[in-house]
Design a protein around this ligand. Structure first.
Ligand SMILES: Cc1cc2nc3c(=O)[nH]c(=O)nc-3n(C[C@H](O)[C@H](O)[C@H](O)COP(=O)(O)O)c2cc1C
Length: 397
């Protein structure tokens, strides 16, 4: 395990580095990234959604199919393979977690598969995972961790789970003002609400623990969103966080599972390129305004005015509620699975590239997971490279 002066994060009795790599779909955090983070003693998180896209044999079976049962079946096989491969890289170090979004149709089956395949934690956001205690009841050793953004949401989950005699093994507190991907606010204009600020949520949650008589349980609080310097890590831990979770900075590491073009788009985005918009999942989301997103946003109002119910374009029905399929005018009107898959495969023109709002620790350089974690924990910047080294070109796909 890497050395740190910070206290270890404790989950299910395991001592870990206070660094969590957030789950990133589609295919951005698969076995290589999650396994690499865990191998150094942190929490590495596989995103469960549509992992077949990393497996040529499973894509050969299902890539052109519109048979949802087949697609779901091969995705569970892919999840099983990815968990086992990540655990092989980790060799017993750290924690290999699986991120499962509540908003996804196959949520319950992904949770069950993660448990059966030996994941050590299940981390759930994009909705309230009220039934997670029941879904994992046969696997008491798996940690269950909700992702929430404000004290209200945390109170709701705690009270519901306590009625089932279960507490979370940690809570990820994600600030929608800075985070990437789907955001825990109702509308894009709500993301800056001061109720989401880390000091307010950390203090409010500690108060809540007292009110509920669970302050002695020491449920770790993991802050996420916009973290990109060692000083921020120190400040947040000083403020009462037990660990930090990062997404964007891990997505662009050498070990990140997406195509190099994906990493380049995120690493080279300027602040003015990063936008918040409505996703088909009915939540605001943050990403890079690439060619496709800019065109889509120009046409969004027109598409929304014509929204009407229709069958899923790709036969996958990935979301429980999809703005495009279900004709929900206030939600996004695009196929999110297709767009995220383009991005993961490095298609700069057609992809949707989720990204947080803040700078990256190493600017536009692609560095290793080890260098990133060393910097976050110890403030040690990696040695400078020769000019031009590490700047892979965007590759046509
Ligand atoms: C490309 C990308 C995809 C993401 N996909 C998911 C996801 O599928 N599920 C999820 O809970 N969070 C997702 N996130 C959010 C991250 O797990 C993390 O909490 C967030 O990015 C933290 O903010 P940061 O990027 O500023 O570090 C994604 C983030 C990125 C950059």
């Amino acid at each position: 395990m890497l050395q740190t002066a910070f206290q270890h994060l404790k989950i299910k009795g395991k001592h870990l580095l206070p660094i969590v790599q957030g789950g990133m779909g589609v295919g951005v955090s698969a076995h290589r990234l999650a396994g690499s983070v865990a191998s150094l003693g942190g929490v590495g998180t596989i995103s469960s959604v549509d992992l077949r896209r990393h497996h040529a044999d499973l894509m050969a079976q299902s890539g052109k199919s519109r048979d949802r049962a087949l697609i779901d079946r091969v995705n569970l096989i892919a999840l099983d393979r990815e968990i086992k491969a990540a655990k092989a890289i980790a060799s017993g170090a750290g924690v290999v977690a699986v991120n499962i979004m509540r908003a996804v149709s196959e949520y319950a089956n992904y949770v069950k598969q993660a448990c059966a395949s030996g994941a050590e934690a299940v981390v759930c956001g994009a909705g309230l995972p009220l039934d997670l205690p029941e879904l994992t009841a046969d696997h008491p050793n798996i940690a269950i961790i909700p992702i929430l953004s404000d004290v209200r949401g945390i109170a709701l989950i705690l009270k519901k789970w306590m009625r089932k005699n279960r507490l979370p093994d940690a809570i990820v507190i994600e600030n929608p003002r800075y985070a990437a991907g789907h955001l825990g606010a109702a509308r894009p204009e709500d993301v800056n609400n001061p109720n989401f600020a880390f000091p307010a949520v950390l203090d409010g949650t500690r108060e809540l623990f007292k009110e509920l008589n669970i302050e002695r349980e020491n449920i770790p609080l993991i802050t996420a969103g916009g973290i990109h310097t060692h000083e921020q890590v120190r400040e947040l831990i000083g403020m009462g966080a037990d660990a930090v979770q990062l997404g964007t900075a891990f997505a662009v590491t050498e070990e990140g599972d997406a195509h190099i073009n994906f990493k380049r788009v995120l690493a080279e985005a300027r602040p003015e390129d990063i936008v918040t918009f409505m996703s088909v999942a009915g939540l605001p989301a943050r990403g890079v305004k690439t060619e496709w997103l800019a065109n889509y946003l120009e046409k969004e109002a027109k598409l929304q005015s014509k929204a009407k119910q229709k069958p899923c374009e790709v036969g996958f029905d990935c979301l429980q509620q999809c703005g495009l399929r279900d004709g929900i005018a206030k939600s996004g009107q695009f196929c999110i699975d297709t767009r995220l898959a383009f991005a993961m495969n490095g298609d700069v023109k057609r992809g949707l590239f989720f990204r947080g709002s803040e700078k990256l620790p190493f600017g536009s350089e692609i560095r290793s997971v080890r260098e990133l974690i060393e910097y976050l924990l110890n403030g040690v910047l990696p040695a400078k490279r020769e000019q031009g080294a590490g700047f892979a070109q965007v590759v046509p796909v």
